[in-house]
Ligand binder design. Sequence first.
Ligand SMILES: Nc1ncnc2c1ncn2[C@@H]1O[C@H](COP(=O)(O)OP(=O)(O)O)[C@@H](O)[C@H]1O
Ligand SMILES: [Mg+2]
Length: 493
Amino acid sequence: MSDLEDLALLVDARTPLIFVDSSDAARVEDVFARVATRCGRPLYRWSLASGLSRGDGTAVPGDRGDNQAADILAQILAQHELALFLLHDLARYLEDPLTVSQLREIGLRHTQVPHTLVLVGSALSVPAELRAVATRVEMALPTLDELKALVLEEAQAWGARQQRRVQATQAAITALTRNLLGLTHADARRLIRNAIADDGVLSDADLPAVQAAKYKLLDQGGVLSFELNTTKMADVAGLATLKRWLADRRDVFLSDTPPPGLDPPKGLLLLGVQGGGKSLAAKSVAGAWGVALLRLDFAALYNKFYGETERNLRDALKTAGVMSPCVLWIDEIEKGLASESGDDGGPGKRILGTLLTWMAERRDKVFLVATANDIAALPPELLRKGRFDEIFFVDLPKPEVRSAIFAIHLKKRGQDPAAFDLPRLAQASDGFSGAEIEQAVVSALYAAHGRSEPLSTDGIAHELSVTRPLSVVMAEKMNYLRSWAQSRSVSAD
Ligand SMILES: Nc1ncnc2c1ncn2[C@@H]1O[C@H](COP(=O)(O)OP(=O)(O)O)[C@@H](O)[C@H]1O
Ligand SMILES: [Mg+2]
């Protein structure tokens, strides 16, 4: 049911007081204008700034121009024509015993003159004395269909003003509306206008700005951050199995009506050695699926306000829900879960409990990507079957993947990969992680620059030869990780 029908029912049922919790005053005005018409009642509005007026803006005959809450309520009490009153600033007076008493009286006298008073405000709650005569409603946020209508409306308005049509594909409009879900009409309209106004085109190129603006509206500061730069899959070498897994699930994740028998994907865990590209891969999921990337900083959960860690986490998860569809990335998840206080229900345990509950119950399109370097520090509950759709192990890159990593990072720094002996470099970098390969390229580039020489295969090979990769330094730990992963996870490569 729509807001309009719900509210008309309440008015027709002669509800004396309706508390509307909404920060979108324009939308409330608009809806109640229609409710009044549908219920056949005159609409009066009141605000501190404008005083009392009829819904159509004309002054009220006999209005004394008094503007205090007590006066306005006295005026309403004295009025015998059945009406609907939209009261914008009255909620501020709910601390005042006189106001509460007047409202209660209006409610109780309701059998004689069944006015309906509508109090509008954000985060409204009904005082205990008024509960018997008041109903509280939240304005529903616009649905996908309503948002789509809003996009078309704004596109038409822009077209009429500019004397040319907005260029947009059906797919771009769908993606845009999907990203506007969770916003009020007023905010959504503003973001749509901005997206159109810059160039008269609605395309995927508008999405990052819309996502960032939406995130700003929701941001309560702290543990969740919006990452503007997602990575393209093309910047990630190897991980073929992971890439295929993601490609297979993209449509189902984004679909509003997933095909029968296919549950929307919920999340994955990337396990592996330091520098293996887990964080990079996590970022690229958002890039590959064209959705927002939110990073949840587990460590910050603890140091923000001690004692409020779980609430911080719940708020962050709620914001992620409003930002859906999105990827929620928790990097090095073990760091936030390792409880210093052991098994005694310390903060780490409670955080884990909150996270597991959310993972089990969420319905939003929030895809969780967690990474971990150290399985020994991971609580077994998190690894149990069914928590994540899949656990992928990101091992050290194989020779052909190392070649590709060299190519990516050479190209990134303005070098032509074809000018290098990639097979030789791949062979010389056995046991190196992606991060170490990148580092070797960077170091060699500095050295070449210092000697005013072009970067060469020899230069990079030299850097490799003087580096002891982590896989050698930490061979034991890595072997443990690998053997653990063998039986419990899928190779990402
Ligand atoms: N498979 C890869 N393809 C391209 N670059 C890589 C790859 N693996 C690692 N890198 C490079 O190393 C950097 C560090 O990797 P990162 O994702 O932080 O590793 P991890 O999170 O597993 O420790 C990346 O930003 C990227 O530049
Ligand atoms: Mg990392």
